[in-house]
Design a protein around this ligand. Structure first.
Ligand SMILES: [Zn+2]
Length: 274
């Protein structure tokens, strides 16, 4: 059983008729999230870092209510059905992910609800990414994970439960918002982000600014996974962004050669852009 279905089942069990889906979701998140990370000993010696300047994000996805491609919709519905049976779930080393927090180390409230999707690429093969996540990383700087991976043939591998915090981005922010969860580091979007990574084509392993891009099967699976997250967490299309955009260190350019037009057609067909 995938943990998405585990969550849906728990969600159903937890649901009471008087609860709105939103409050049910929050109740569930409260169950699995944690009050706070390690608190700072002396807030005067370790002050809370200033929030970064807000960078605007112009989503390449456009509003689209007409000219929806019914053929694409039928194809994606079939893939959604297939993925209900055929979605791999792996377990990774516990050093590479954690709980979402409701307080920061200075006891200030932070919202753990997933409300941003960050797209990435693996930079190498799917299996090398999985090996990295399964490796114990005692050093905070090496800890890494995404919630979900999508391979070249459109295979979907669930890595971290969406209710948990994947370590997909380091120093990062979205629209000037971040969460500091470790007083030794600057903030990141991880506490409120869902991270999804596309397997890089072989000609992208050696670096460079571009490569041959992603397969049609990857865009199909991506649209199906995004559709599910948008529905489950109420995430709007404007909150789907890239690692390149949220990165504040200026080192990340992924996912390289991502074609937003391919995503536009598919999310429009699923009526997510109207
Ligand atoms: Zn990335």
């Amino acid at each position: 059983m995938s943990f998405s279905s585990a969550i849906l089942i728990r969600w159903t069990q937890a649901a009471r008729p008087q609860l709105e889906p939103e409050s049910t979701l929050l109740a569930l998140l409260n169950e699995v999230s944690s009050d706070s990370p390690k608190l700072v000993d002396d807030p005067l010696k370790s002050p809370r870092p200033a929030v970064p300047r807000a960078e605007s994000w112009q989503s390449p996805l456009a509003k689209q209510c007409k000219d929806l491609d019914q053929r694409v919709r039928r194809r994606l519905e079939a893939i959604r059905k297939r993925l209900e049976q055929d979605r791999e779930e792996i377990s990774i080393d516990a050093s590479n992910y954690g709980k979402r927090y409701r307080l920061d180390p200075w006891k200030q409230p932070i919202d753990p609800k997933p409300r941003l999707v960050v797209l990435h690429e693996t930079s190498n093969t799917l299996s090398s990414a999985i090996n990295t996540f399964k490796t114990y990383h005692p050093n905070d700087n090496d800890q890494v994970s995404y919630h979900t991976l999508i391979g070249r043939s459109g295979e979907v591998v669930d890595v971290v439960d969406p209710f948990m915090r994947a370590y997909g981005a380091g120093y990062s922010a979205f629209l000037g918002e971040w969460a500091v969860t470790n007083p030794e580091f600057m903030g990141s979007v991880n506490n409120f982000a869902l991270h999804l990574s596309l397997e890089t084509p072989a000609d992208g392993y050696i670096g460079g600014r571009t490569h041959s891009g992603y397969t049609s099967e990857q865009y199909d699976a991506l649209a199906v996974v995004l559709d599910e997250w948008m529905s489950q967490f109420g995430i709007p299309p404007e909150a789907i962004t890239t690692h390149e955009h949220v990165d504040l260190g200026g080192e990340r350019g992924d996912p390289r050669s991502f074609d937003w037009g391919e995503l536009q057609v598919r999310l429009a067909a699923l009526k997510r852009l109207c």
